[in-house]
Design a protein around this ligand. Structure first.
Ligand SMILES: [Zn+2]
Length: 89
């Protein structure tokens, strides 16, 4: 049984828990807001384990590693831009 509980406003990487819900297979999940502005439903277990930390925009942006090494201060802004350019996020 999970011992940790998630509360509204809790942060998991780039996600902020918004509302308790259940996913399509009725698994306990949270509706989360990614820092890029995308709303995603993530299973509680994935949030607690650290498996899911963003809507997906973060992992795609991480491929551009060199950029972040040179510009660590603009990581967030760049991620948002990348997410928007991809038109998904
Ligand atoms: Zn995102």
């Amino acid at each position: 049984m999970p011992t940790k509980k998630i509360a509204k406003g809790d942060r998991f990487g780039h996600l902020t828990a918004q509302e308790y819900t259940r996913d399509s297979s009725k698994t306990a999940s949270w509706k989360c807001m990614c820092f890029c502005g995308t709303e995603v439903v993530v299973r509680s277990s994935r949030l607690l384990s650290g498996e899911t930390k963003s809507c997906g925009c973060f992992s795609s942006a991480l491929r551009n590693e060199t950029y972040y090494r040179n510009h660590p201060e603009v990581v967030d802004r760049t991620l948002v831009r990348l997410a928007k350019r991809k038109g998904q996020a």
